[in-house]
Design a protein around this ligand. Structure first.
Ligand code: ARG
Length: 464
């Protein structure tokens, strides 16, 4: 007996497929998500087939019309996917042929190997455009927050120990820079996905004079693939996307971690709006930063998806192997994890209140400016290593006397080094400390303001 799927390739088989095989090998339960791009590829292919005389105008019209009807039906949620038809490609083709006999000519010069690679590349190009829009949205949210709380100063940390004071805006703009690199990596990935594999057939092209450049133009691909074997076996574009997303997810996880720390009672730099936090079922006082925690946690599966993609490919002989069907669920999972994370983080940032007092308290420890005092000595001609040592002595003395370093007497300072004078203590003003930094890329408020202007311009120009 011939089943609907074996009808498409069953000529050489005496029996239909075993039910267990069908269940095991089907992919339509997840690859149906490629329907838009599969249909776009088929329409372009049909138009090309007409151009080279394989289809007449009526047949092409029927195929394009039929695919349009199927597309509309899928979008309305009325299309019935059949696992016995294996995958999205065969479901659509079988349904088309059932409605319009011309459908039986659509697969001319085409294999599912080049068909699926084409659909995946089309899908990815769209996905990346949407991801980049979401990245821009988060960058804009960070920039808006940085502008809103421009005056806030917090300690910058190394080793999670207070290091030097910075503008909160400067800290937030660090994430804008990180996200920009993610944006660029995705652009790069999109550029390499932008190659049409269709026309490569199963492995060795076709004996028919397929006009591949015509198809590329219709589908918006910049280039056509140069090697039919590479074209059907290449999944580098998926690995690149997984890698770009893994790093993006790691960046989001680090941002999330900062937000979690800052919202703790120990830091108390920020309060996240009620609508973006959750409570505890047991402890009535709790207000938990679950969004940030999940953003941090979900980076794990995105990293896992990258490893899965690499592992999938590492032992594959040329060219197409059915293993490649396993590229999809992990790919979709990454896309469906990263984009919502970007969107919800951006929204949440609009509902964060900064506790200016806590920030000021944390950043007003004069020891955060100890390095500036060493720089002051350098200006008086003391070699830096020596200056570092002298300030270290002052820190130790203040610690020993249990007073802030600013409370050491002039005599004590002079005892450490005669170079110290009363004006040295002026370095301990927070405002002066920040204003005194002329180096490009430092948290000098004037420079940070310029960075904000630059980012606002860049991001507004990018708004899609
Ligand atoms: N569902 C398959 C995949 O995703 C399509 C290609 C199948 N090709 C084949 N020769 N069986 O990889």
């Amino acid at each position: 007996m011939t089943s609907p799927s074996t009808a498409l390739w069953g000529g050489r088989f005496k029996t239909g497929a075993a039910e267990r095989l069908r269940d095991y090998t089907q992919s339509v339960s997840f690859d149906w998500k490629l329907f838009r791009h599969d249909i776009a590829g088929s329409i372009a292919h049909a138009k090309m087939l007409e151009r080279i005389g394989v289809l007449n105008a009526q047949e092409r019209t029927d195929i394009v019309k039929g695919l349009g009807e199927i597309l509309a039906q899928i979008e309305r949620g009325e299309f019935v996917w059949k696992t016995e038809r294996e995958d999205v490609h065969m479901n659509i083709e079988a349904e088309l042929t059932a409605r319009y006999p011309a459908g039986a000519k659509l697969h001319t010069g085409r294999s599912r190997n080049d068909q699926v690679a084409t659909a995946m590349r089309l899908w990815l190009k769209d996905q990346i455009a949407a991801d980049q829009q979401a990245i821009t949205g988060l960058q804009a949210a960070l920039t808006t927050w940085a502008t809103r709380d421009f005056a806030a100063v917090i300690p910058g940390y190394t080793h999670l120990q207070r290091a030097q004071p910075v503008l909160l805006a400067h800290h937030l703009l660090a994430y804008v820079e990180m996200l920009e690199r993610d944006f660029e990596r995705l652009s790069d990935c999109a550029r390499r996905a932008d190659v049409l594999p269709l026309g490569s057939g199963a492995i060795a092209g076709s004996t028919l004079p397929l006009d591949r450049k015509f198809v590329a133009k219709l589908l918006g691909f910049s280039r056509i693939s140069e090697n039919s074997m590479d074209a059907v076996s290449d999944r580098d574009f998926i690995v690149e996307y997984q890698a770009a997303c893994a790093l993006l997810a790691v960046h989001l996880s680090r941002l999330a971690e900062d937000l979690i720390l800052w919202s703790s009672a120990e830091f108390h730099f920020i309060r996240i709006g009620d609508a973006y936090t959750t409570g505890s079922s047991l402890m009535p006082q709790k207000k938990n930063p679950d969004i940030a925690e999940l953003a941090r946690g979900k980076s794990g599966r995105v990293i896992g998806n990258l490893v899965a993609a690499l592992t999938l490919l590492k032992g594959l002989p040329m060219t197409y192997n059915r293993d490649l069907q396993e590229d999809k669920e992990r790919l979709f999972d990454t896309a469906e994890t990263v984009q919502p994370t970007l969107l919800i983080l951006a929204e949440m940032l609009g509902h964060i209140e900064v506790d200016q007092d806590s920030c000021r308290r944390a950043s007003s420890d004069p020891l955060l400016l100890a390095t500036d005092l060493a720089d002051w000595l350098v200006r008086k001609g003391i070699p830096f290593r020596q200056a570092h040592h002298l300030v270290g002595e002052a820190v130790a003395l203040a610690e020993q006397r249990r007073v802030p370093i600013t409370k050491l007497t002039l005599r004590e300072w002079k005892k450490i080094s005669p170079t110290f004078d009363a004006s040295a203590l002026e370095v301990f003003s927070l405002e002066r400390g920040l204003d005194a930094r002329p180096t490009h890329g430092s948290p000098n408020p004037k420079l940070v303001k310029l960075q904000l202007v630059r980012w606002k311009k860049t991001l507004t120009a990018r708004k899609i």
